[in-house]
Structure formats: structure tokens, C-alpha cells
Design a protein around this ligand. Structure first.
Ligand SMILES: [Ca+2]
Length: 259
């Protein structure tokens, strides 16, 4: 099992480096993302402003960063999400990190999971992500970092972009999946770009361990191979001895026929 896991790890690493898919470019950059959702309310994230919300209770913009989505179970633990007042576009929501710090970010996750069935078409579809480092959220100095389209599916959908510094992140929704009532979204997440050198250090450490394991595996195989060869040659010798005896027996059995 250990070597199965090792082979899997090796394969995963090679694919990670792009060896496994040379013709099609990797969907994720080598620069990795952190695992802490910077805009989650639990992590100090806040909603700075928004263009509209359907109400301040069930469909509040706060629901975008509360760490839950509707799970369809009873009792329900997730919230509905956010919904706009009307199906008018664009709709914008501006987010900030803890203490309005500037962070280098490269990934967002949008989860269009809401109580409404997908065929009604209320979930968000086309969107843009804009950032600014300006201390004033009313600034006009925004930079576009991502243009994306969400599938009409109730699941988390990840989007990567080139690392960009941000004090505020603006989610700009351009359409839904057809409803003329409103546009809705279950959760919005933002992740920090992990420092490139730290990522490479981690990869080197993992590769060194992997190489050590592979050397041990090679030695083990060589040892087993040697045993197999030795055992094999003994078996061959026995077969050869049998073959040597066989013709004599055949000759013996053929002899009476000739008489
Ligand atoms: Ca939510």
C-alpha cells in the first residue's frame, strides 16, 4: 500500500508540474493559494457596501461571508445566501479583510448554492472581480483581475487569477441564469497567494523525501530481483535436468514399438 501511495504522489507531482498535460496548459498556476478564506466573517472579513439586497434577514449580503450555504436538510443549518432586490445588472458587493489590510490574492471561490432550484435561473452567472489598494472604498481606482462564468450547479466553483494586491475586493455580477426576479449567491471566498519561494521550499522537501523513498524502493526491488533470479536459475536447472532425463524415457518407450 505504501508504494501505491508513493506512485500516486509521484503522479500527482508530475501532473502538478505540467508533465502530465503538455498539450493543454494547466488550469491552475504553480503559485498556490492559502487555505484561509480572507473575507469570511469568522476570519475578520467584512462587507463594505453593496448595491442591493432582497431583505436584511433571509437574503442579506452578510450571508455571503457567513461560511454556510443551504444544504437542503432538516433541521437546516445553512443560510439562504444573498439575493439582489431585482434582476438588474450589474450588482456589486465590496468586501474587506481583517482590519482592512492589503493582501496579495490569487483565488476566489463562488458557491451559487441557494434554496431555489437551478431551473429557476436565479443563481449568479457572469461576473467580474475588481481590486483596489486605495484606503477609500469609494475610490474609482479599481483594477479588473478576473472575468468568470459560473455553472448553474449547486457547488463551490474556484477561479484563479494572477496575484494582485487588494485592500478591497469588488464582486461585480453581470447576469443570472435567466430569472427576471433576482440574482443570488450562497457564498463568496477570497484566498491569499502563497509566497512562491515558500511553495518551492515545500516542494523540494517533498521531492527529497520522495527520492529517498524511491531509492529505498529501488534497493528493495534489486534485492528481491536478485532472489528471483537465483530462484529462477535453480528452477531452470531442475527443468534442464528433467529435460535431460525425458529423451531417454521417450527412447525407452519408443523402443518396443520398433520391435
Ligand atoms: Ca453563505
Amino acid at each position: 500500500m505504501r508504494w501505491v501511495a508513493l506512485s500516486f504522489l509521484l503522479g500527482a507531482l508530475l501532473i502538478g508540474f505540467g508533465y502530465g498535460q503538455q498539450k493543454t496548459p494547466p488550469s491552475k498556476p504553480l503559485v498556490l493559494s492559502g487555505t484561509v478564506n480572507l473575507v469570511a466573517a469568522a476570519n475578520g472579513g467584512t462587507i463594505v457596501k453593496f448595491t442591493s439586497q432582497l431583505d436584511d434577514e433571509h437574503w442579506s449580503a452578510r450571508n455571503l461571508i457567513d461560511g454556510t450555504v443551504w444544504d437542503g436538510r432538516e433541521p437546516q443549518t445553512g443560510t439562504n445566501g444573498w439575493a439582489s432586490k431585482e434582476a438588474k445588472f450589474p450588482q456589486e458587493i465590496v468586501f474587506a479583510f481583517r482590519n482592512r489590510e492589503v493582501k496579495l490574492i490569487n483565488k476566489v471561490v463562488l458557491d451559487p448554492t441557494i434554496p431555489d432550484p437551478t431551473y429557476i435561473g436565479r443563481a449568479a452567472r457572469d461576473f467580474e472581480v475588481w481590486v483596489t489598494t486605495d484606503p477609500d472604498p469609494e475610490t474609482k481606482n479599481w483594477k479588473l483581475v478576473l472575468i468568470g462564468t459560473l455553472r448553474n450547479e449547486k457547488r463551490r466553483q474556484e477561479f484563479f487569477f494572477l496575484p494582485a494586491e487588494a485592500r478591497f475586493v469588488k464582486l461585480r455580477l453581470l447576469s443570472n441564469h435567466g430569472s427576471d426576479r433576482y440574482v443570488a449567491l450562497g457564498e463568496f471566498e477570497v484566498y491569499e497567494a502563497t509566497h512562491g519561494i515558500a511553495v518551492l521550499d515545500q516542494l523540494i522537501a517533498r521531492l527529497e523525501q520522495l527520492l529517498a523513498d524511491l531509492r529505498r524502493y529501488r534497493d528493495q526491488l534489486a534485492e528481491q530481483g536478485l532472489q528471483a533470479v537465483t530462484t529462477g536459475s535453480e528452477a531452470v536447472e531442475q527443468e534442464e535436468q528433467k529435460d535431460e532425463q525425458k529423451p531417454k524415457e521417450e527412447q525407452k518407450s519408443e523402443e518396443p514399438k520398433k520391435q
